[in-house]
Design a protein around this ligand. Structure first.
Ligand code: ADP
Length: 445
């Protein structure tokens, strides 16, 4: 097993990885920016290296500084967490070139899945159902032609897109030019390529994703689904498993379709296949070749430590179990708690004057926050994940109400009141929501 792992990330995910490493007897190296010298991931790690100034481009995205830190500290492997360099194929390649193991899939697999058009092609070839769509669009005329072929409404998406950016919807021909131009401009500003393509825009789908684990010997299992339909600006806010929208047969079918596609693609490590689900049909969206923010709900119902499995797989271990060995028990829900004003969503970093995390049966809080900690203004505003589980969805929901009520985060504004509002709505309680439900609710107020 690895002796020392460098964690190329910050915040709660850095802690999450540190915890898995400690339980496996592996030493950890934290890297941090100048703004994060007092962060919890730095305090808990065995060693810490400052890799640059506050700005992510100078620190957490600074490939050579991170690799140098790994070499200096003698780390055998690097875990990239999520965000930052986690889906950067060049980084994964650089890591391997320096004789260090990248804890994740092969660079080529990251590259393929990071290109939405190539990913679509791989999906089609491996038997996954995809949304009707176009090839790369070279001109507005091209976009118009394809929109007629596919049928309005359509969504124009950046080929290299991620994080919900670079996507624009057109409901009719008068909107297509603006959608095309804006998607292209956004793609150019945010990604390595400004190429865009088009998909049929589904109007009331749910976002359902399947977690998979694959070792380097071709063994693949799926760990069930997560329903991530509670979204704002295409970003997930609350996730739950199992999805209230699926019956046992649909669940088993999509799980097996995803599992067998991953086997055909020859992927290894943890990964997630995202689908839209509408009128009883699944449509493949993309594959994330990394750990996901919402992985703990899957851990809660399967008992499998996904980070531990990622590390074992990267170290060349076999899964050691088959699909039949995976059992699912109960329900789990996760709330992403952000340091934001819950009514305007403006980031609200600052000093935490008091912190009390809820506890008790079925509660897990993953967070880097402690009393007196000053949240720096430079990074993502997610500061805590609250994960609750229970035998039934109702138990989990009651527990979630209780835990949100018990949570104390003073000194800054957080999105806790938003979560309380969401989980009190009859539609949410009945599991009747799609990807637009939250935005509709926010507009109504
Ligand atoms: P990203 O890589 O930026 O996260 P995705 O392709 O995963 O982009 O899409 C993110 C979200 O955007 C989805 O969860 C869904 O809410 C919405 N979306 C994407 N494609 C479509 C589509 N064809 N129809 C309707 N909504 C879509």
């Amino acid at each position: 097993m690895f002796e020392k792992v460098l964690i190329a990330n910050r915040g709660e995910v850095a802690l999450r990885i540190h915890r898995a490493c400690r339980e496996m007897g592996i030493k950890t190296v934290a890297v941090h920016s100048e703004a994060d010298a007092n962060a919890m991931h730095v305090r808990l790690a065995d060693e810490a290296v400052c890799i640059g100034p506050a700005r992510s481009t100078d620190s957490y995205l600074n490939k050579s500084a991170i690799i140098s830190a790994a070499i200096i500290t003698g780390a055998d492997a690097i875990h990239p967490g999520f965000g930052f360099l986690s889906e950067n194929a060049d980084f994964a390649e650089m890591v391997e070139e320096h004789g260090i193991t990248f804890i994740g899939p092969k660079p080529e697999q990251i590259r393929m899945m990071g290109d939405k058009l190539r990913a679509r092609e791989a999906a089609i070839n491996s038997g996954l159902p995809v949304i009707p769509g176009s090839p790369a669009l070279a001109t507005v005329e091209d976009a118009k032609k394809w929109a007629l072929e596919i049928g309005y409404p359509v969504i124009i998406k950046a080929k290299a897109g991620g994080g919900g950016k670079g996507m624009k919807v057109a409901f009719n021909e008068t909107e297509i030019e603006t959608a095309y131009t804006m998607a292209r401009a956004e793609a150019k500003a945010s990604f390595t390529s400004d190429e865009v393509y088009m998909e049929k825009y589904l109007q009331k789908p749910r976002h359902i994703e399947i977690q998979v684990l694959a070792d380097t010997y071709g063994n693949v299992v799926h760990l069930g689904e997560r329903d991530c339909s509670i979204q704002r600006k295409n970003q997930k806010v609350i996730e739950e498993t199992p999805s209230p929208a699926l019956n046992q047969q649909q669940r088993a079918e999509i799980g097996e379709i995803a599992r067998s596609a991953v086997e055909k693609i020859g992927y290894s490590s943890a990964g997630t296949l995202e689908f839209l689900f509408e009128d009883g049909k699944f449509y493949f969206l993309e594959m994330n070749t990394r750990l996901q923010v919402e992985h703990p709900i899957t851990e809660a119902v399967t008992g499998i430590d996904i980070v531990r499995e990622q590390i074992r797989i990267a170290n060349g271990a076999k899964l050691g179990y088959t699909q039949d060995d995976i059992t699912f028990s109960g329900c789990a829900i996760e709330c992403r708690i952000n340091a934001e004003d819950p009514s305007t969503f403006a980031p609200n970093p600052g000093k935490i004057t008091e912190w009390h995390a809820p506890g008790g049966l079925g509660i897990r809080v993953d967070s880097e926050i402690y009393s007196g900690y000053k949240i720096p203004p430079f990074y993502d505003s997610m500061i805590a994940k609250l994960i609750v589980s229970g035998k039934t969805r109702n138990t989990a929901l009651m527990r979630l109400h209780r835990a949100l009520e018990e949570f104390v985060i003073d000194g800054i504004k957080t999105t806790i009141p938003l979560h309380q509002k969401i989980i009190s709505r009859p539609d949410y309680i009945d599991g009747m929501y799609n990807i637009h439900w939250l935005e509709d609710l926010l507009e109504k107020k």
